[in-house]
Design a protein around this ligand. Sequence first.
Ligand SMILES: [Zn+2]
Length: 82
Amino acid sequence: MREYMENDKDTVKKIVCNQCGKSLQVENGIVKEGVFRGVARWGFFSEKDGEIHDFDLCETCYDRMAGSFRIPVEKEEQTELL
Ligand SMILES: [Zn+2]
């Protein structure tokens, strides 16, 4: 989950891993460690029609989740790092 600055809703103030509750390091709106943000926009054919689900996972919890997949994640190298 994310909290944004009261006076600047585009600048993130705090990110907490939804799985384990760890606070991730954020400095001046920039996340200083690995984070996975999941956003699911559930549509008409789901049972959550119209809901948007938004969560964050720290890198450890991401690795645990992805490691449980029957089919591994697809990996490729980024040409530009943000
Ligand atoms: Zn975590």
